[in-house]
Design a protein around this ligand. Structure first.
Ligand code: PBG
Length: 316
């Protein structure tokens, strides 16, 4: 076996899995204000960006050949009804309009969820002490339609309510957006690895946790059912999230479903690598590329990753 490992040209020739910048989606956090570039302490190198700064980072993403960006909005104020999530002049809607006019060639995805917009930090409408599934669907559908009106290229629901893909698809079709694709966070687990994101997006639940709607990390068969249902409801693309702790499920999904498959290398995966790098325990460039390669090798077509820019530079 070692014959084909003896030089870099040979290794390159027989390499089975390759990385391209076009396979990466860069998550970006957008907040109100101007000239704001607020560092996220648990995610070194990531920032809450005002729309003008977001445009700059997005121009850079495009110039690096990155596949696209996914936007997370941090509204000026939150309420019980997540009204900022579906307001036509909400932070995400304004960001999409700005990007589509300043960087029209860049693919823009929006995360569709309520947790950044609710005062309690849950992903849906809270009734009593519970997140009410069906009452949350109207908000999600309204948010998706408002993003569509702003000109987004793909909407990506991440809330894990049952029936959200069907509700969003129907609302988009009725509003005249039958061509807009839905990327479903189909198998999304109640993961500890979202911790740093919740600082970034200011979306930590104020009581309880998300285990009544996000999946139990122990369940693989259930993940396949979630994906199957989202496809039946009209999802155009599917996603497994997080990525590295769930490579087995990325592989199972790849083998079972033909739809384009994404994986989200989430905030905690990013921060673990960076923490080890900052301690001098891991080589930065190799850790980034090996982690991304493993996710692609498991079967993901594209990867949402906070390393999108850095990895693209490494591959250049
Ligand atoms: C919103 C959402 C979350 C993430 C993406 N969309 C947080 C959560 O579900 O608590 C996590 C992304 C990351 O950790 O990088 N629901």
């Amino acid at each position: 076996m070692r014959r084909l490992r003896s030089s870099e040209p040979l290794r390159t020739l027989v390499r089975e899995t390759r990385l391209y910048p076009s396979q990466f989606i860069l998550p970006l956090f957008v907040c109100p204000g101007e000239a704001v570039r607020r560092p996220i302490s648990s995610m070194p190198g990531n920032f809450q960006l005002s729309v003008d700064e977001l445009v700059k980072d997005s121009e850079e993403a495009l110039s690096l050949g990155i596949g696209g960006v996914i936007l997370f909005g941090i509204p000026a104020s939150k309420d019980e009804f997540a009204s900022g999530a579906y307001a036509d002049d909400g932070i995400t809607q304004r960001a999409v309009r700005a990007l589509k006019s300043a960087v029209p060639k860049l693919l823009v995805i929006t995360d569709v969820c309520n947790c950044e917009y609710t005062s309690h930090g849950h992903c849906g409408k809270v009734v009593g002490n519970e997140v009410d599934n069906d009452a949350s669907l109207d908000w999600l559908a309204a948010a998706a339609v408002s993003h569509a009106r702003a000109g987004v290229d793909i909407v990506a629901p991440s809330d894990m309510m049952d029936g959200r893909v069907a509700a969003i698809r129907k609302a988009l079709d009725q509003a005249g957006f039958s061509n807009l694709p839905v990327l479903a966070y189909a198998a999304k687990f109640a993961s500890v690895f979202y911790g740093p994101f919740r600082e970034a997006a200011e979306s930590a639940p104020q009581f309880g946790d998300r285990r009544s709607y996000q999946m139990d990390p122990a369940n693989g068969r259930e993940a396949m059912r979630e994906i199957e249902l989202d496809l039946e409801e009209g999802a155009d693309m599917i996603m497994v999230k997080p990525a590295m702790p769930y490579l087995d499920l990325i592989r199972q999904a790849r083998d079972r479903f033909s739809a384009p498959l994404g994986a989200y290398q989430v905030s905690g995966e990013f921060s673990m690598i960076i923490a080890a790098v900052l301690n001098g325990w891991l080589d930065r460039d190799r850790a980034i590329l090996e982690s991304l390669t493993s996710i692609r090798r498991a079967g993901a077509d594209f990867i949402l990753t906070y390393f999108a820019k850095e990895a693209s530079r490494l591959l250049a």
